[in-house]
Ligand binder design. Structure first.
Ligand SMILES: [Zn+2]
Length: 421
């Protein structure tokens, strides 16, 4: 049994505590409280972090770690300028990936897994487009979900991929990651394909994640069946003959008609949404993962968090991949979220998005995301030499967490940071 002490402790499930203390036994949290309550008479090992804050490991609810070497791949002279408009960026990424080997992607994935741990992340919602890389998660201590990506409009292609995926999902966990499925987006799957995937996922209780309502180009395609996706993206990927229907509704409403609004489907981006769409999400108990830095990089707009909040939609936070972001650090993402949404969401709400809400969306309710008795001992410790008052702690962490040294990361009670430094 070990007692961990720190000047501050942030349980997330309760208000911040000064002179915090956490008792861990056998990889799980046995008690949470204050030093004067838990230290006297404690017989086990005591670890005192001093001027520091102890809080749950962060949860990166949306990423594509196989793309973590994107900045390295694009550093060559002929690829030095990465487009920032949505369709140009997609075409650039597709072309770039065609030139990569399995080894390139495997090394990139490993680096991504390490970058997450080094920045205090304990769980990921990771999307993998190359199923052959799934063994790469086996040795990682990260928790969460590994979503296998599905896309395509030709029946033979997506049906073949779906049946191969069923076999993959039967294999059980990949390391600590539970497998799931990522029907990529309403614009990259035929309506027939996405409906079939949602129906089978519902029957088999597969965890899902889907990109939706990210760009205006997606809205135009779904509403009118026209636009840049049809004219430029489809011919580039061999879908020139594919003619999607015009649904005359928003991408979110379309996804609802296709069976995609399931509580088990973690939706991602949700920038182009109306108040009506937000109510639809709340009615279906769907969590929306916001990716503010990725949205900013691609210039697709900003998610209407006031509308989400008013409708009662549960929000999580993710970095997306390094193809649209500068880092995989959730502390950096929190700082961006504070800048983008800080006038509409409190610092406490932002931290909850990056911990408890993300954990719940990845099937880790009661296990990760809060410091409470009975939960797994998944926590991190940040050094706080110039510590603020307790009342300012949450705001301070959202603004400055990314600049504070991470001094420990425990997952299931085991320290994981030192071996990475
Ligand atoms: Zn993504």
């Amino acid at each position: 049994m070990t007692l961990y002490l720190a000047r501050y402790l942030l349980p997330i499930s309760a208000p911040p505590i000064e002179d915090g203390a956490l008792v861990v036994y056998n990889g799980r949290i046995a008690a949470v409280g204050r030093r004067p309550e838990l230290l006297p008479g404690f017989a086990g090992e005591v670890v005192d972090f001093g001027d520091a804050v102890l809080l749950p490991a962060l949860v990166n609810a949306h990423t594509h770690l196989e793309l973590s070497h994107f900045p390295r791949w694009t550093a060559t002279a002929d690829r030095s300028s990465v487009p920032t408009s949505f369709v140009d960026w997609l075409l650039y990424l597709i072309d770039l990936k065609r030139g990569l080997t399995e080894d390139d992607l495997a090394a990139s994935l490993q680096d991504g897994l390490r970058q997450c741990l080094r920045s205090g992340t304990g769980a990921i919602g990771d999307i993998l487009s190359s199923p052959c890389l799934s063994a790469g998660y086996a040795a990682s201590p990260l928790f969460g979900r590994l979503y296998f990506e599905l896309l395509g409009v030709e029946q033979v292609a997506w049906q073949g991929a779906l049946s191969r995926l069923e076999a993959q999902l039967m294999q059980g966990k990949f390391g600590h990651l539970q497998p799931g499925v990522a029907p990529h987006a309403p614009y990259s799957l035929s309506s027939e394909a996405i409906e079939a995937i949602f129906a089978i996922a519902y029957r088999k209780s597969w965890p899902l994640t889907t990109h939706v309502a990210e760009s205006l180009q997606e809205s135009e395609l779904i509403e009118q069946g026209t636009g840049e996706f049809l004219k430029r993206l489809y011919p580039a990927v061999g879908w020139a003959d594919y003619r999607p229907a015009a649904f005359n509704c928003s991408p979110m409403s379309c996804l609802n008609q296709q069976g995609g609004l399931q509580p088990n489907n973690l939706l991602v981006h949700g920038v182009q949404v109306s108040k009506l769409d937000c109510r639809l999400l709340a009615d279906h108990s769907v969590t929306m993962c916001l990716c503010p830095r990725s949205n900013e990089r691609l210039g697709v707009g900003r998610a209407p968090v006031a509308d989400y909040r008013a409708a009662g939609v549960k929000l999580a936070l993710g970095t997306d991949s390094l193809a649209t972001n500068d880092s995989l650090s959730m502390w950096d993402e929190l700082a961006a979220a504070q800048r983008c949404y800080g006038d509409q969401l409190s610092s406490g709400e932002l931290l909850t998005m990056a911990t408890r809400n993300g954990a719940e969306a990845l099937g880790l309710k009661g296990e990760m995301g809060t410091l409470s008795s009975g939960a797994g001992a998944h926590f991190q410790v940040l050094s706080l030499a110039d510590a603020p008052d307790l009342e300012q702690l949450e705001e301070y962490l959202c603004c400055h967490g990314n600049s504070r040294p991470l001094i420990a990361l425990y997952l299931a009670g085991v320290e994981r940071l030192q071996s990475l430094l």
